[in-house]
Design a binder for this molecule. Structure first.
Ligand code: PGA
Ligand code: ZN
Length: 425
């Protein structure tokens, strides 16, 4: 049973406070978990509770959320069975009582939810990915590495938020990480030769000031080739436009290119890019409530590229159901703190998989050293993980955790590789 639950205020990778929790069980097992925080957050995400007390951390403290863990969640969970994650999560949701967890804070609830799952794994004496596994097999995910950061994650960079690489042709996760890291370092030398900045953005990718979004793709393609790999077979490109951030008064503003596009024009823009570049995945191509635009985009390019909804679905089952019914895309980004419990996160992944949608388990731009998403990706057979460039400790800890899982599994480990995209014609 659950013996002790305690909240903590800690810092994320941007130096902004975030919530962590410790859970202790009656058999003496215990665990800690921490919650990340986004910058380009979706409107429909579960609520992140912040103090708003300008005398501390410019209003961004999380002592209220920590207080809610200690004074409300802890007494409620005391003596409850530890190995019933669903009941624990539902109890916390009921105690909160709001649809978006705004009373106690999704950050408070998620910290406890994750710490509990880790404490249970410790109590069983197994790794978290084994403890959470329901499938039998173990699939190592293809990493989606954000090697060029723009949008809200880097000042004076590109309009689109993330330019990523996916080493789908690698035979193992370890080889995929090596390939990607070589491409990352090659990109650095290409940028340097052109006197472009090689400082990194929030997710560890370079953040040069470029004249257009296409220039970012050209530079990355060059890096893939110069590193000795074949774009379009060894390694593909992936984008996160984070289009909700570009959307103003019914139009999409591409500031760097001095262009303003309608939804239909932006869709044409993507069609051209998909024809011209080896792009395998586009996330948040359109803004979070442009359901018709997404539908149109999906009919035009959905059989060629993975279309990932992040702000569109916010890991929320109801929004995902609407997406499945309306065929707005073919893939969902999974972020634990968008919804606020482990159980709801797993339910969203299951629903997506049952409908032949792909899932990408994702970090946030504000991260911690918590590596839960690495274990979760393997446990659920997600097939893909997005956790930044191979740079900055809060990003590399997830990749390093996957290396450790691969080593622990030995010959049992399978790498998703191209099979992650078998739905694409
Ligand atoms: P965020 O960005 O964590 O700042 O929301 C990540 C993403 O949009 O995928
Ligand atoms: Zn996104």
């Amino acid at each position: 049973t659950i013996k002790k639950v305690k909240g903590h205020e800690i810092l994320d990778s941007r130096g902004t406070p975030t919530v962590a929790a410790t859970v202790e069980l009656s058999d003496g097992s215990s665990a800690w978990a921490a919650v990340p925080s986004g910058a380009s957050t979706g409107t429909h995400e579960a609520a992140e509770l912040r103090d708003g007390d300008s005398g501390r951390y410019h209003g961004k403290g999380v002592l209220k959320a920590v207080h809610n863990i200690d004074k409300e969640l802890a007494p409620m969970l005391l003596d409850m069975p530890a190995n019933d994650q669903l009941t624990a999560d539902q109890t916390m949701m009921a105690l909160d009582g709001t649809p978006n967890k705004s009373r106690l804070g999704a950050n408070a609830i998620l910290a406890v939810s994750l710490a509990l799952s880790r404490a249970v794994a410790n109590s069983k004496g197994v790794s978290l990915f084994r403890s959470l596994n329901q499938l039998g097999g173990y699939l190592l995910p293809v990493p989606m590495l954000n090697i060029l950061n723009g949008g809200k994650h880097a000042v004076d960079s590109t309009d689109f938020q993330e330019f990523m690489i996916m080493p789908v042709g690698a035979p193992t996760f370890g080889e995929a990480l090596r390939m990607s890291t070589e491409i990352f370092h090659t990109l650095k030398s290409i940028l340097r030769k052109r006197w472009l900045s090689t400082n990194v953005g929030d997710e560890g990718g370079f953040a040069p000031s470029l004249g257009s979004n296409a220039e970012a793709l050209e530079l990355i393609l060059q890096a893939i080739e110069q590193a000795g790999y074949q774009p379009g077979s060894d390694c593909f490109l992936a984008l996160d436009a984070a289009a909700s951030e570009l959307y103003h008064d019914g139009k999409y503003v591409l500031e760097r290119e001095g262009r303003t596009l309608t939804s239909a024009e932006l869709i044409e823009f993507y069609e051209k890019w998909v024809a011209d570049y080896p792009i395998i995945s586009i996330e948040d191509a359109l803004f979070e409530d442009d359901w018709e635009g997404w539908q149109l985009l999906n009919t035009k390019v959905g059989n060629k590229v993975q279309l990932v909804g992040d702000d569109l679905y916010v890991t929320n089952i109801q929004r995902l159901e609407q997406g499945i019914t309306c065929r707005t895309s073919n893939s969902i980004l999974i972020k634990l703190n968008q919804i606020g419990t482990l159980s709801e996160t797993i339910a969203a992944v299951d629903l997506a998989h049952r409908n032949d949608w792909t899932t990408v388990i994702s970090h946030r731009s504000g991260e911690t050293e918590d590596t839960t998403i690495a274990d979760l990706a393997v446990a659920l057979g997600a097939g893909q993980i997005k956790t930044g460039a191979p740079s900055r400790g809060e990003r590399t800890c997830k990749y390093n955790r996957l290396l450790a899982i691969e080593a622990e599994l030995g010959t049992e480990a399978r790498f998703a590789g191209k099979s992650a995209f078998k739905h694409l014609k």
